[in-house]
Design a protein around this ligand. Sequence first.
Ligand code: NAD
Ligand code: DAU
Length: 339
Amino acid sequence: MNILVTGGAGFIGSNFIFYMLDRHPDYRIVCLDKLTYAGNLSTLAPVMQNPSFRFVKADICDREAVYALFEEERFDVVVNFAAESHVDRSIENPSIFLQTNIIGTSVLMDACRKYGIGRFHQVSTDEVYGDLPLDRPDLFFTEETPIHTSSPYSSSKAGADLLVQAYHRTYKLPITISRCSNNYGPYQFPEKLIPLMIANCLADKPLPVYGQGLNVRDWLYVEDHCKAIDLVIHKGREGEVYNIGGHNEMCNIDIVKLICHELGKPESLITYVTDRKGHDMRYAIDPTKIHNELGWLPETKFENGIKEAIRWYLDNRPWWEEIVSGEYQNYYERMYGKR
Ligand code: NAD
Ligand code: DAU
């Protein structure tokens, strides 16, 4: 099996590559990544010499480069992780989100049509469903929940999902889509809640909590997401959407307090800052379909996973310290300086 993984130098894509090379040693994995600010080649260092792995630096929007790679490799499966993924950046500047997340996805699918494919899998997000109210804990996102987006990021992901479904109906492209809740774990870029709070805690810097910190996210350990995608590409039904989530809802302030506690830092570091524009209140996935059809269940409990994640950031300081010392400083100042 020859699998193209786009966006594999980012957080979930890199974890997926490690998981797949370990789980399926007879597979060949090609990673195509533009290496944006969020992509880090050093993340892939452990597999760079693996003969079953190849890295190609390219933009999924670059039709010529994408077609040339498909011509050369004749992939069996494409798993599209490549995306601009940070909601705050999409609020600052939506256009690159539309370009990569929508146009890039269409270029990849055009290549699949031209050269043939066994499966095109789109890695989507629970954010396409919008949000749920805090006072209705009985409500969850199912695959039937209407698309109803809030941010330029989630709108661009929803746009891509609609295109993927259109390519299935119109051209019979063999697709699947997965919509997962918030991931955490190794190699997550420190602009996202959990690694940002760990990095700031370790530097005794203020911990910027948006609004009142009451927004709820449904956290899943990244390896459980990778296992789910592996199942979907092998056993998922063509044309179907699968929600992925582990019924692990937590509000932001509780996560931040937990990180303070684990790192032995005072809660006085917590600073409430201006809320995110259009901030989604609650995400909560109903994973019944993937459980019933494919037998998937999350394996890592949050209380263990968060400890593992914190330990990883403690043990791998050079990986994230290099990131937070560069251009990220300008982003941080823009985003949090006068907040
Ligand atoms: P990330 O930002 O850590 O990584 C994105 C990767 O895509 C980077 O390596 C980047 O260089 C690459 N990339 C960006 N634009 C590209 C382009 N035009 N061409 C080629 N490569 C490009 O993102 P992540 O958190 O790992 O998310 C991966 C995917 O999973 C995204 O599609 C995201 O929408 C989805 N997702 C993320 C989460 C989460 O909690 N992080 C949850 C559900 C779904
Ligand atoms: O639900 C899946 C989505 O999860 C993915 O599709 C996105 O790619 C991924 O980035 C993530 O989106 P969120 O916006 O939920 O994640 P983020 O880590 O940015 O924020 C999590 C919550 O924490 C959110 O309610 C905003 C809040 N927050 C975030 C940051 C960075 C803060 O309070 N302070 C912060 O500094």
